[in-house]
Design a protein around this ligand. Structure first.
Ligand SMILES: Cc1ncc(COP(=O)(O)O)c(C=O)c1O
Length: 481
């Protein structure tokens, strides 16, 4: 006999009503974004105020239904579907992918073993094979989806350690003396991965970058020699495709050649930019990607998929089975590859969301052309914004963008104040204002405003509007051009 509380929690009719109302709310919101200019891109609230608001809402609810509650959450969130959202590297999810996420959450098939992923596992396998093929990998490639670029990079480096190290680190736990090389502009998760693996600060060798923030690959031989003189065993080089701050793409072909010449593992952190390999117009930017032993690519950064959904692709799919095991080579024969359907052998996660369903739903509804179009549009927007900034005398561009990440700052000619505090103040003012959402970064020891053009519905109107807004906010501080 079901208790009243259980009956109410699982009542199909209440679920139907709430579900319909929620979809109506979201659909109305999407169409309002198309027609109304007044909706802010972000709803900044100081942390303590926000905490108090949600404590109060739990203890003395003002929302009478779940959908009223969801409406309040929406009103107090950052709006990624807004064309004036240009902040962190995260996509406005395609509605069909969000629906797939809803279904995945409802079904909650854990996917560690095939029995719990009878649909989810083959769907994920197909997604990986399809995307790997599109990125230029051959039939030997393989991999899986995992929970974010940070985890994908760590898992790939664990595989590199297992395959390239002669020490049985999996057994001894002693990773001292092992190292990787990576550009000094790489995402911090690579540094964390080396330290998590017990390689310490010495285990991450940072290669300087050029004035376009790309790894100076001509320095790799001398850094490798020095590492050897220092008794370090370098196992891998990580190429950034692209770096986080400026969106700089390392020369993947050169790194690949260097790794092959020296017997090193070549991993590409393509969390943000491997997606360019899906765009015929921008594919050349990631030339050499398919020579990598492993590549991490986030679907939630440029590919309109809810976070976190990351592909970890291995050039030789068999290598993905060696990550968590350093036992004899004979274990990893082709028969093992037949076990593609028991994912937990290869993934960090045991229970895992049905990540593949979100990508598969996009592919089935809109095709690979959708990914190509989104990536192309976002990179085109990056270029358009850079041109606009270059033509505008009171703004300065940090570097020509290679994708959709654009760093710039306000620097009116003739004004002699401190541009760092001006731009930090302007970014803060933008956050409070809410009309646009942008972030900031430090480059060349200076503060810059940083935009990731994440929404394919952003147009030049929003780009010129942002510059105008910044000017207005500066004028409010008595600084004008
Ligand atoms: C280059 C790069 N690698 C890794 C990550 C981390 O990815 P995730 O946030 O999916 O863990 C990021 C995130 O910004 C990134 O830009």
């Amino acid at each position: 006999m079901k208790s009243a509380i259980l009956r109410s929690a699982y009542d199909p009719e209440a679920f139907r009503r709430n579900g319909h109302e929620l979809v109506d709310l979201l659909a109305d919101y999407l169409s309002a974004l198309e027609s109304e200019n007044e909706i802010p891109a972000n709803a900044w609230t100081p942390p303590q105020d926000s905490l108090e608001f949600w404590e109060k809402e739990l203890n003395a609810p003002t929302a009478n239904t779940p959908v009223q509650l969801f409406g309040k959450v929406m009103a107090r969130s950052v709006h990624l579907h807004h064309p004036r959202y240009m902040g962190h590297q995260i996509s406005p999810p395609a509605p069909v992918a969000a629906l797939a996420g809803f279904l995945g959450d409802f079904l909650n098939n854990g996917m560690g073993v095939y029995e719990m992923g009878v649909s989810g596992t083959p769907i994920e396998h197909i997604v990986i094979k399809t995307v790997a093929g599109e990125l230029g990998f051959d039939d030997r490639s393989g991999g899986y989806l995992t929970s974010g670029g940070s985890l994908a990079n760590l898992t790939a480096l664990l595989a590199a350690r297992s395959i390239k190290s002669t020490e049985p680190v999996w057994e001894t736990g002693n990773g001292r003396g092992l190292a990787l090389m990576v550009s000094e502009e790489a995402h911090y998760c690579v540094d964390r991965a080396a330290r998590i693996m017990g390689w310490g600060a010495k285990g991450i060798i940072k290669i300087p970058v050029n004035d376009r923030f790309q790894m100076r690959t001509e320095l790799l031989p001398q850094y490798l020699e020095k590492a050897r003189r220092d008794d370090l065993t370098v196992l891998a080089v990580v190429g950034s495709a692209c770096s986080t701050s400026t969106g700089a793409f390392d020369d993947l072909e050169s790194i690949g050649q260097f790794c092959r010449d020296n017997g090193l593992w070549f991993h590409v952190d393509g969390a943000h930019g491997a997606a360019l390999g899906l765009s015929p117009a921008y594919r050349s930017v990631v030339k050499g990607l398919n020579q990598a032993d492993s590549v991490a690519m986030d679907f939630h950064k440029m590919l309109m998929t809810p976070s976190v959904t990351t592909a970890l692709i291995f050039k030789d799919g068999l290598n993905s089975f060696r990550t968590f095991n350093q036992q004899a080579q004979y274990l990893f024969d082709r028969a093992e590859e037949g076990e593609w359907y028991n994912l937990a052998k290869r993934t960090f996660e045991c229970t895992k969301l049905m990540l593949g369903l979100k990508v598969y739903a996009i592919l089935q509804s809109h095709g690979m052309a959708f990914f190509a179009e989104c990536v192309t549009r976002l990179c085109d927007l990056g270029k358009a914004f850079a041109s606009l900034i270059r033509e505008t005398p009171d703004f300065e561009l940090a570097v020509d963008p290679a994708c959709n990440i654009v760093c710039f700052r306000y620097k009116p000619p003739g004004w002699s104040g401190d541009p760092d505090s001006l731009n930090e103040g302007l970014r803060k003012a933008l956050l409070m204002d809410g009309t646009y959402y942008v972030v900031q970064t430090r480059l060349k020891n200076q503060s810059w405003i940083r935009c990731t053009l994440s929404n394919p519905f952003t147009t030049e109107t929003e780009l010129t509007g942002l510059l105008r807004k910044i000017r207005t906010l500066a004028a409010d501080q008595g600084i004008s051009f």
